[in-house]
Design a protein around this ligand. Structure first.
Ligand code: ASP
Ligand code: MG
Length: 417
């Protein structure tokens, strides 16, 4: 089995979709599962629909649904010569979205979110499956919600590994080409869930894991993994090979190229991951595998935006030791806040976390009785792996660094924007 994943940027216009079609046609193997994300910025657009739906703004909700519909219908117009069948299917999805948003929402916004936002992948995978058929690539469209089973932690659902393994191995056993959705799953009671933003890479890795795939390939609109984000820095090179350890660290600290949860399932079964440019399949891209990086890697810069520092100081001068730390971390876990850096002193602790206003608010609310809380937002976490003293000095001198954590290999700088 082979797994291919195509992201929204590769599918954002007719040219992209045709290129994807060519790649699949040329590489069509027996036993290929193709994982598809929502096209272009559709997920963002559906998030706005969700927002208007919850706020009761029916007009804006309708207008945004219409814009998303037109975007997809226009794309269809450009890539299909025979449109009736695909237009009927896509119109049906939009009827379903309208039906959902015409009802009163339940009291669980995250449940409503997953119901609405999941249409991005349902629609895109249907278009790709039909498009492939139109260019003579026979394939079966699979509704992954029936096989990738999760709990009901809506918006960031957790995989039920035992059940998913059984169902996925049962479904994808023949040597066909399958087209399915990234990012979404379903509960045992058949409710729709999502796995967290940008989660399609994770779906691809999970399918690779369950099916013991020979490899997983993520086709992207970048040449592979680079030593810095070209949008931020001018000097960068491409990394040809990376170990799983190195890749998981890069992804965790915000390298946008792969989703952080992607690496673990692949490492656990020693399945190589290829990150390749979809616009030029001849290019080698980056291979992530159990290889050890022979030569010392060059400095790698990872910018993680939208960070905040939460400073927690005990009110009664009690030390931040075992009991207090346990309490703070239990709450971090409860509110699903990910710490990117922490620094401790006798009576206080500073945590650098992704700034999700809702989560940060509910977390700090619970601490307020015993601790004084200060929050600083508008920060960027710059991680430099394999830094040299020269590059570190350059960054420290040219930025307003308010917190740092430097060990022998990795420097982390929290920068005020
Ligand atoms: N479409 C989803 C998102 O944009 C999932 C993904 O692209 O991986 O977050
Ligand atoms: Mg996407």
């Amino acid at each position: 089995m082979f797994i291919y994943k195509f992201g929204g940027a590769s599918l954002k216009d007719s040219e992209g979709i045709k290129t994807v079609g060519k790649i699949i046609k040329r590489n069509a193997k027996e036993g290929l599962v193709i994982v598809i994300s929502a096209m272009g910025k559709t997920t963002n657009a559906l998030e706005i629909v969700h927002k208007y739906y919850l706020s009761g703004d029916k007009n804006n909700c309708k207008a945004h649904i219409e814009t998303i519909k037109m975007y997809h219908l226009n794309l269809i117009g450009e890539i299909f010569s025979e449109k009736n069948n695909i237009c009927r299917k896509i119109n049906n999805y939009f009827l379903e979205i309208e039906e959902i948003t015409n009802k009163e929402p339940s009291l669980n916004p995250d449940f409503e979110y997953d119901k609405i936002v999941s249409y991005g992948e349902l629609i895109s995978s249907t278009i790709i499956s039909e498009y492939l058929k139109s260019i003579d690539v026979e394939n079966e469209w699979v509704d992954i919600r029936e096989y990738l089973i999760t709990d009901d932690f809506f918006r960031e659902a957790n995989i039920n590994f035992a059940l998913s393994e059984k169902l996925i191995c049962g479904k994808f056993k023949s040597n066909k080409i399958f087209v399915t959705q990234g990012f979404i799953g379903g509960t045992i009671t058949k409710l729709t869930t999502t796995l967290g933003r940008e989660g399609s890479d994770y779906t691809a890795a999970l399918l690779g894991y369950f099916l013991n795939a020979e490899s997983v390939t993520i086709w992207k609109d970048v040449p592979g993994i680079l030593t810095a984000d070209p949008k931020i820095m001018n000097n960068y090179t491409q990394i040809k090979k990376l170990s799983y350890e190195e890749a998981i660290e890069l992804a965790y600290y915000g390298a946008q190229v792969i989703h952080p949860r992607t690496i673990k399932p692949l490492q656990n079964k020693n399945i190589p991951l290829y990150v390749k440019p979809f616009y030029n399949e001849e290019e080698t891209g980056t291979e992530i595998s159990c290889c050890q990086n022979q030569n010392k890697l060059p400095p790698i810069f990872i910018h993680k935006f939208n960070q905040c520092i939460i400073n927690i100081t005990s009110k009664d001068f009690s030390f931040i030791v075992e009991e207090n730390i346990k309490y703070i971390f239990t709450l971090l876990c409860k509110h699903k806040l990910k710490t990117n850096l922490l620094q401790q002193s006798a009576i206080s602790i500073s945590l650098c976390v992704d700034y999700d206003e809702r989560k940060v608010y509910s977390f700090t609310k619970e601490l307020e009785n015993s601790f004084t809380i200060k929050i600083e937002t508008n920060l960027t976490l710059l991680t430099i792996r394999h830094y040299t003293l020269k590059v570190l000095a350059e960054q420290v001198n040219s930025n307003n660094v308010i917190l740092e954590d430097i060990n022998r290999y990795v420097a982390k700088l929290v920068i005020k924007n």
